[in-house]
Write a protein that binds this ligand. Structure first.
Ligand code: HEM
Length: 238
């Protein structure tokens, strides 16, 4: 019996430490959103609750997702830190959670749940919400498959699903810059621009470096090239 208890203890301690970190992280992410909400509600457009909700969730969520993506790049430069991958997952999950609240806010305050209004135009430059709608199912799929259980169950499919984030990134860039407008030229927007640029620079750097090592014969090279071309086409047609 005593032996059994001794064996269990370290597991319990590890579980408690994990829970404490999770509580601390959730609190910090919540505080980060609250700060963004405070800025939107009291400084950017005082008194506009709906706008503050939609923008704070969008900006805080996208910033957390960008930080998660940046951590992947940092781990590549510093493989010794790769053991901290769970932070990337927590950042990503918190980011997508806020995007769910962003979309919920848009549906409630922007469209009064009249879904047909979302599709008032099929031209994504006139209606950049369409860019967001392409990214949304990708982020949702990543969100629901973010648990250890899902990683085990899905095996190689897990990586397949999570690689769609690169496509999501392309459309999010256009969604956020076309719809964000003035808010992207304020303090939270600048933070997002800086993080987003670092992510894109870092990803392109590693894409090129890894492809060069594989003599540009790897699948990742063609996928990356395809995405860069797609980004160029969307930008050109704008
Ligand atoms: C899936 C990923 C999405 C991300 C990362 C994202 C992120 C953003 C960002 C950063 C902005 C600019 C800041 C702002 O003005 O709020 C924004 C604006 C906006 N998004 Fe999204 N969004 C996503 C999906 C969607 C979807 C699916 C919808 C519609 C159902 C939507 C509707 C809007 C609207 C209407 C705005 C303009 C809000 C305003 O400034 O008044 N977004 N989004």
């Amino acid at each position: 019996m005593e032996e059994k208890l001794n064996n269990l203890e370290p597991v319990n301690i590890r579980q408690r430490v994990k829970t404490l970190w999770l509580v601390w992280f959730s609190f910090s992410a919540g505080l980060f959103w609250l700060l963004q909400f405070w800025y939107q509600y009291y400084i950017y457009e005082p008194g506009n609750f709906a706008g503050a909700w939609i923008r704070s969730c969008a900006l805080a969520g996208t910033t957390l997702i960008a930080t998660a993506l940046l951590s992947s790049i940092i781990f590549k430069f510093h493989p010794a830190w790769a053991g901290q991958w769970h932070w990337r997952r927590r950042l990503g999950v918190a980011g997508v959670f806020l995007i769910i609240l962003h979309v919920g806010g848009v549906l409630k305050y922007g469209y009064a749940f009249n879904l047909a209004m979302i599709f008032f135009s099929w031209n994504p430059y006139l209606n950049p919400v369409l860019f967001g709608l392409v990214a949304y199912p990708i982020l949702l799929a990543m969100f629901v498959t973010s648990t250890d259980w899902m990683v085990r169950k899905l095996k190689k499919w897990w990586k397949f699903i999570h690689r769609f984030i690169y496509l999501a990134e392309v459309v999010i860039v256009f969604h956020a810059t076309l719809l964000g407008g003035a808010v992207m030229k304020s303090f939270p927007g600048y933070i997002l621009y800086i993080l987003g640029s670092l992510v894109i620079l870092g990803q392109v750097y590693w894409w090129f470096r890894i492809s060069k090592l594989r003599q540009f014969k790897n699948l990742g090279f063609y996928i990356g090239l395809g995405l860069i071309i797609l980004l160029g086409i969307i930008f050109y047609l704008k």
